[in-house]
Design a protein. Structure first.
Length: 167
């Protein structure tokens, strides 16, 4: 395993600290994005720090971030609404698993790998969400209006992880 990309266990105190920081990021960033009309729907902010946590620190930190972030946001702010919470939880979980798997397998961060992570969780998640909602249109809504958010995940995620790797 590369000394830069880890797979930390949640039994380690630093893993819990990282997960807590990423959950806090996934609480703050959506609140900022919701100041922009339709900011949550177009920028997909609740996934950003899940991507970072899972790619840099492994599936356990990523999964904790993926599951706790939407639940904390919903409990604190009522966003995401209960009706869309299951779909977001599915996509968050898929994102954490895809990012951790690709990071562990490839041991580097590149734009093509970020594209692979985002497309993997979005396509599979949208198919599952379509089945849950009974509508391809609703299930694939991120591909209609969330492209800016996917681009932020790809390029912003790449830059953020590269920054963390230098530290």
């Amino acid at each position: 395993m590369s000394p830069s990309l880890y797979s930390l266990s949640l039994r380690e105190s630093r893993s819990l600290l990282y997960a807590a920081l990423f959950v806090a990021g996934n609480i703050i960033l959506p609140q900022v994005c919701h100041l922009i009309p339709q900011g949550g729907l177009t920028l997909l902010p609740i996934y950003f720090f899940t991507l970072i946590g899972a790619y840099k620190y492994g599936w356990q930190v990523g999964l904790a971030t993926a599951l706790l972030s939407p639940l904390a946001n919903h409990a604190l702010f009522g966003m995401p609404p209960a009706a869309v919470l299951p779909g977001i939880m599915v996509k968050s979980t898929l994102l954490a698993l895809a990012a951790a798997f690709i990071a562990q397998r490839c041991q580097k961060v590149t734009i093509p790998l970020m594209i692979a992570v985002v497309l993997l969780y979005q396509v599979i998640g949208s198919l599952i969400e379509s089945a849950m909602l009974g509508s391809l249109t609703l299930g694939f809504q991120d591909f209609r209006i969330g492209i800016p958010g996917m681009l932020v995940q790809i390029f912003g995620g790449y830059l953020f992880i590269k920054y963390l790797l230098k530290k």
